[in-house]
Design a protein around this ligand. Structure first.
Ligand SMILES: CC(C)(COP(=O)(O)OP(=O)(O)OC[C@H]1O[C@@H](n2cnc3c(N)ncnc32)[C@H](O)[C@@H]1OP(=O)(O)O)[C@@H](O)C(=O)NCCC(=O)NCCS
Length: 266
């Protein structure tokens, strides 16, 4: 299937994305079929939908499984590539875009809310907490757009895990991370990093988000689109996690979490 700028704009409008919206986009370019003009076309389509008064955010994640106190990440905001796909890598090269300085969970942003969203991300003691762009986007009534990917790519679910203080999400000791800013200044921040040890089942929330009208689904070419109200999702999942801290964890790992909870309570 072939899609072009106009097709993507129409599909996003139909999904509910509108002028002035703030939106965090997780994406797979190949999910559409063939896109005329590639990643740049998708980026222009999203910017076109939210207009000059809207703000577009992409995750430009760089964290690796081996990051930790014995293996400090070195993050150069100007040229450390991200592993979140062709669209974010193209987006952060755009002259209008500005990237936050977090060593593992940076985002790149275009639009009027840029400074508000990225400010102090490098001083956020955890990657997705209340000082992070993920939480701040929700505070501003923003949306999460999943293009051809499912809830497993929904980074804001880590925000909810942080709010619920689940025992498996963060490494137990902080890491001295090296950060290089836009002017080439090098500095360190002692931050708690993501713990990669617990596989999640984020897709468990998908049906409920649609049922409770927190999320709308649509199509564009071969791609399935999901538009999620971030704040409503956080509220919904936080209740679930407060009732059961293993809610987002894959079944076979639940015993491990239970042991951690018991040990933490000793
Ligand atoms: C990993 C992931 C990016 C892979 O998706 P993908 O569609 O295969 O890859 P990209 O989005 O990088 O797009 C590049 C691919 O699109 C295809 N492509 C290239 N030009 C294209 C075009 N004009 N039109 C359509 N597809 C095209 C190619 O297959 C290309 O792969 P190649 O570079 O190996 O040739 C995706 O599955 C994913 O997980 N995205 C979300 C990441 C995220 O936000 N994670 C957060 C975790 S908490």
């Amino acid at each position: 299937m072939n899609v072009d700028l106009g097709t993507i704009v129409e599909s996003l409008k139909l999904l509910g994305l509108k002028k002035g919206d703030t939106v965090l986009v997780h994406s797979s370019l190949s999910s559409f079929g063939y896109v005329e003009g590639g990643a740049k076309t998708v980026i222009e389509a999203i910017i076109n939908c939210v207009g000059e008064e809207g703000t577009v955010v992409v995750p430009t994640l760089t964290g690796k499984r081996e990051d930790g106190p014995d293996n400090s990440p070195i993050f150069d905001v100007r040229n450390t590539p991200c592993w979140t796909g062709r669209i974010p890598n193209e987006f952060m090269k755009d002259l209008r875009a500005k990237r936050s300085l977090h060593p593992t969970h940076s985002v790149s942003v275009i639009g009027p809310l840029t400074d508000f969203l990225i400010k102090d991300h490098e001083n956020s003691i955890t990657p997705c907490g209340k000082k992070s762009p993920y939480y701040r986007l929700a505070e501003k009534g923003g949306y999460i757009l999943l293009i051809g990917v499912n809830q497993e790519s929904n980074t804001t679910l880590h925000t909810v895990e942080e709010l619920a203080k689940v025992p498996y999400h963060m490494q137990k000791v902080p890491t001295n991370c090296v950060i290089i800013d836009y002017d080439g200044n090098r500095f360190t921040r002692n931050l708690y990093l993501h713990d990669w040890g617990t596989p999640r089942n984020f897709q468990i929330i998908d049906n409920d988000l649609e049922k409770f009208k927190i999320m709308r689904k649509g199509k564009c070419g071969n791609s399935t689109l999901r538009l999620i109200n971030s704040s409503d999702m956080i509220d919904y999942v936080l209740k679930k996690l407060n009732d059961n801290s293993e809610y987002l964890v894959k079944n076979e790992n639940k015993d491990k979490i239970l042991n951690q909870v018991q040990n933490n309570n000793l």
